[in-house]
Design a protein around this ligand. Structure first.
Ligand code: ZN
Length: 242
């Protein structure tokens, strides 16, 4: 996730705002059909360490357990979440490694791009070129929704939408901040779908989320992912836009 840029760009909401209650999303989400990726490899493009697990941890778990190759493209190290915290970049890298280990005992590849947190929009060529090297037949790419409301999420989403058009990439987009700050009507007219999670996938995801201590219980700062935001990521399914 990551907050300071969010505050700068979207002064109307912050993680500590009450936001949209999870219950308000349920009538919309309950109408979305079930979906799963085509059998084949999965690439999860993640703006900040924790976005991939929050949005798609259950799917990562299920897909790797089924024997498919799973690659997480970790675009930034999330170092701008708390600018005064020296070494946060390394802390967040370790949190991601730990979370993926909890999610799945099998190997999940991490491709780390280390683009500057909050400034991905200035480096879209590098991102695009990195993603082009990962394209292969039957691949599904999971990427942030291009109107999620955070500049890094939106920039990455736009690059991946571009690859969908130019290279026919099979793309599923995941909202993160949308669940918190938006009214469900913003998704009207879009094609939503749900990947249903087994009990085992939900348990693994819950354990993995706890690895992101810097975001859940940062020392001497308000959490980036407070309890009410976390509630959007405890569903028995994960929701995507196709
Ligand atoms: Zn993020």
């Amino acid at each position: 996730m990551q907050t300071p840029m969010l505050r700068a760009a979207f002064a109307s909401f912050t993680p500590s705002d009450a936001g949209t209650p999870e219950a308000q999303w349920l009538p919309t989400l309950s109408t979305w059909p079930q979906w799963k990726p085509a059998e084949g490899p999965l690439v999860v493009v993640s703006p900040h360490p924790d976005d991939e697990v929050l949005a798609a941890g259950g799917l990562i778990h299920a897909w790797a357990a089924a024997g498919h190759a799973v690659t997480v493209v970790s675009v930034t190290d999330g170092e701008a979440a708390f600018p005064a915290w020296r070494g946060l970049r390394l802390v967040r890298r370790e949190e991601l490694k730990g979370a993926l280990r909890k999610l799945c005992p099998l190997h999940v590849t991490i491709v780390r791009l280390s683009l500057p947190d909050g400034k991905v929009a200035r480096h879209t060529n590098r991102l695009r070129n990195a993603l082009l090297t990962l394209l292969e037949p039957r691949l599904t790419v999971l990427a942030p929704y291009e109107h999620d409301g955070h500049p890094d999420h939106d920039a990455i989403g736009a690059v991946c939408r571009g690859l969908e058009k130019s290279h026919g990439v099979s793309l599923a987009r995941y909202p993160v901040w949308t669940w918190h700050h938006a009214h469900p009507s913003v998704l009207n007219g879009l094609r939503g779908a749900r990947f249903m999670l087994s009990c085992e996938a939900r348990r693994a995801k819950a354990r993995a989320i706890q690895c992101f201590a810097s975001q859940l219980q940062p020392p001497q700062a308000a959490p980036i992912v407070p309890r009410h935001v976390l509630s959007h990521f405890e569903r028995p399914y994960e929701a995507f836009l196709l």
